[in-house]
Design a protein around this ligand. Structure first.
Ligand code: AMP
Length: 283
């Protein structure tokens, strides 16, 4: 496995692959890798085949963090990430420096303007502008034919798909299923922040999704009623505080007034200071 830090070297590799008709898949991450990230690597390998190249990028992207968020303490462990990537069959680990990605007086952003305003976008102003900007940069540096994103961040994946389509970029976006702990908690680098008590209570997100799924499967239910039920369920956990819960059409991300099988639910819950998100298709 090759580790590349400089954009110019990554570009040189990408140009060589292109010239030799080698297929390339990109898995963008912020590092502190877990099974969820590695499942994207496996999916990437399937997409490009044994002769293709799988590139995993690690960059804790400052522009997607709000001023009061966890940028400074976001977990990092590059030596461990390197080992996991090598074991998982990553060909190139791209770890660009912050100064190269955002040189002094950087002032150009890519912003999606419709899907970015709701849910995570409403709770974290500017977050998706940071995401689309870094993903745009990575796609233009690595030039993959396929890029992989996790369904865990459903809205993010939908926005990246929309950006690539709207801007006519020749990249296929694959959305891979969410990897979970045995008790249902979605794997996340941020789970490392949880105390033992909070970790126990964090399963409430998955329980909420299952509750909603069962209800919507049984019969269509007004979203307001279902949201109130979810609010009460989250409140049963002393450390949990609901940030938002939304019921929406997975194609448009527009809220629905009645939830039914096929409706999507997303929620964000604070456990102490740690903010976790999850989502699932109901029914
Ligand atoms: P992150 O490092 O958290 O920015 O995540 C990098 C990529 O991995 C994103 O496309 C995430 O959606 C994806 N990802 C994160 N957690 C999971 C998970 N539990 N299952 C599947 N994909 C995930």
């Amino acid at each position: 496995m090759r580790v590349v830090n400089k954009i110019v070297f990554m570009r040189r590799l990408a140009a060589r692959w292109r010239m030799n008709n080698i297929r390339v898949a990109l898995v963008p991450t912020m590092g502190y890798l877990h099974r969820g990230h590695l499942s994207l690597v496996r999916r990437a390998r399937r997409a490009v085949g044994p002769r293709g190249r799988v590139v995993l990028s690690i960059f804790v992207n400052p522009t997607q963090f709000g001023p009061d968020e966890d940028l400074a303490k976001y977990p990092r462990d590059l030596p461990r990430d390197k080992k996991l990537c090598a074991q998982a069959g990553v060909d190139t680990l791209f770890v660009p420096g912050e100064r190269e990605i955002y040189p002094a007086a950087f002032s150009t952003y890519v912003a999606e303007e419709k899907l970015s305003g709701v849910m995570e976008g409403a709770s974290r102003p500017g977050h998706f502008r940071g995401v689309t900007t870094i993903v745009a940069k990575l796609l233009h540096i690595v030039l993959p034919e396929t890029a992989l994103f996790g369904a865990k961040d459903f809205q993010q994946a939908a926005i990246v798909e929309r950006m690539a389509r709207d801007l006519n970029w020749p990249v296929k976006i694959i959305i891979a299923p969410t990897c979970r702990e045995p008790d249902g908690l979605a794997l996340s680098s941020r789970n490392a922040y949880l105390t033992t008590e909070q970790r126990g209570q964090a399963t409430i997100l998955w329980q909420a999704l299952q509750y909603a799924s069962k209800a919507a499967k049984a019969a269509p239910i007004p979203s307001a009623r279902l949201k109130a039920d979810i609010g009460r369920l989250i409140a049963t956990q002393s450390q949990a505080r609901l940030d938002y819960v939304e019921l929406f059409n997975p194609k448009t991300l527009e809220p629905v007034s009645v939830a039914r099988a096929g409706t999507h639910m997303a929620l964000a819950v604070f456990l102490g200071k740690t903010r976790l998100i999850d989502n699932a298709k109901l029914g």
